[in-house]
Design a protein around this ligand. Structure first.
Ligand code: 5AD
Ligand code: SF4
Length: 437
């Protein structure tokens, strides 16, 4: 009899890729993917970066109570960043006694054993490992669901301890994967005809800083760019303190490395950057941006936060002026959310009403800039990697320019996975519309 699983993934690309590994393990165990209602195993791969994420996950786990009542043999597992928080395993178990498995960010590869435990002993399995530098587990089977793009971890964890951020507490210290392992994985993915590789790490620029092997992120990029064949290389996330001119020069001179750089600034105020423990100044950040802008047609994106503790009107104005100066092609904008256990949660908080006013203003400004940059594409012909059909429109495909812009155009789905030249005819806020040349 067929057995089914459903994975609900929350949060960043790191989690999306972790879910591909969990899926790989479950597929190897003989399970098939299904809708949540039909699943024998439901896995919540969780995030705790902001309170909104946590609230949503609590709500969604709560909804499972009904399914579990109808069919008590369903196995419910909670893994990922939220379960890794101190005290959370106990809290989850108390609030949702029907949960069968709780595992953290570094031991989910043992989910197969956990399931066997629950099936055989019919008893709760809880295991969250609190280790600073857990071992990197290689050779986990991966069931990839990301289309023409393949995610590749280059490192795990973070050493930066930005004052607002929970990540270093739930994902441990930086651990880099062996360069040869990374290169071998990429070569095998390109052999399987993946057209885009995205390198993943909380702070990819500090790649191999934790190893004494002479490698660096720049050297890794150079070596990947040398691999034969046509493909696109992307990476995320970069930290401005470690982003240097050498990396910019490699990107500029390597046709395979996309001219899109995601460089989170968080704030434009030096006072706030210092309180955030970001280890760079506005001036240093803008200097890197000047280098980056020497790459032809480059798309620069960012993460920007408003409402960090003690942020004044002037600090916020500094963020707005930086956004105007850089002119990001797009940005993820966030309202600061206090996270228990982080230094910023203990600082003087600012009222929700002010945070709301500021985020509205920031989003309006960024949307205006995004629209203006979109207009600049009209009339240009750009190479697009076709990713998928656009389900909202008949006969319409979508893909991205090298700079990361979404482009829609008419075409047959046989083009998915191919590089095509598209002349841009129309722009709608962040997305572009064009026709094949
Ligand atoms: N509140 C709001 N946003 C946050 N981020 C990280 N921690 C918090 C927090 N406590 C944002 C940062 C980071 C992105 C992934 O999430 O902008 O770059
Ligand atoms: Fe969080 Fe800062 Fe590490 Fe990014 S670099 S994961 S924001 S602590």
């Amino acid at each position: 009899m067929n057995k089914y699983y459903h994975i609900a993934t929350y949060g960043c690309q790191m989690n999306v890729h972790d879910s591909e590994k969990i899926a790989g393990i479950l597929e190897q165990k003989g399970y098939k993917a299904s809708k949540i209602e039909d699943a024998d195993i439901i896995v919540f791969n969780t995030c705790c970066i902001r309170e909104t994420a946590e609230k949503k996950i609590f709500g969604n786990i709560g909804d499972i109570k009904r399914l579990k009542k109808q069919n008590p043999s369903i196995i419910v597992a909670v893994v990922g960043c939220m379960s890794q928080q101190q005290g959370m395993q106990e809290l989850l178990k108390k609030r949702f006694p029907f949960i069968d498995i709780i595992m953290g960010t570094t031991n989910y590869h043992k989910i197969s054993q956990a399931i066997d435990h629950v099936l055989l002993i019919k008893h709760y399995y809880g295991s969250v490992v609190y280790e600073e530098k857990p071992e990197i587990i290689e050779d986990v089977p991966i069931y990839r669901t990301s289309g023409v793009n393949a995610w590749v971890n280059i490192m795990y964890g973070c050493n930066n301890f930005c004052a607002y951020c929970i990540v270093p507490y739930v994902r441990g210290r930086e651990r880099s994967r062996e360069p040869q392992k990374v290169l071998d994985e990429i070569k095998s993915l390109l052999d399987k005809d993946y057209k885009e590789i995205t390198l993943l790490g909380q702070n990819v620029n500090s790649y191999c800083n934790d190893m004494d092997n002479g490698w660096s992120f720049a050297r890794l990029l150079e070596n990947i760019a040398k691999i034969k064949g046509k493909f696109r290389l992307r990476f995320m996330t970069s930290h401005p303190k470690d982003f240097n001119k050498e990396i910019v020069d490699i990107i500029a001179s390597s046709p395979n490395i996309c001219n899109h750089i995601h460089l989170p600034v968080q704030s434009g105020s030096n006072r706030i950057l210092k309180l955030m423990n970001r280890k760079y100044t506005r001036e240093h950040y803008l200097e890197i941006i000047d280098h980056i802008k020497t790459i032809p047609g480059v798309g620069i994106t960012s993460d920007i936060m408003v409402g960090f503790p003690t942020e004044t009107d002037q600090d916020f104005e500094d963020t707005l002026s930086l956004v105007k100066q850089v002119r990001y092609s797009n940005a993820f904008t966030f309202v600061y959310s206090p996270r228990k256990g982080t230094p910023a949660a203990e600082m003087e908080q600012i009222p929700a009403s002010i945070k709301k006013q500021r985020i509205t203003k920031l989003v309006a400004l960024q949307n205006k800039i995004t629209r203006e940059i979109s207009q600049e594409y009209i009339g240009l012909t750009k190479e697009v990697l076709v990713e998928d059909i656009n389900p909202k429109f008949e006969n319409t495909l979508c893909g991205r320019t090298e700079s990361g812009r979404l482009v829609n155009f008419e075409g047959n789905k046989s083009l998915i996975g191919q590089f095509v030249d598209i002349k841009i005819l129309k722009a709608k806020s962040a997305s572009l519309w064009g026709e094949r040349q």
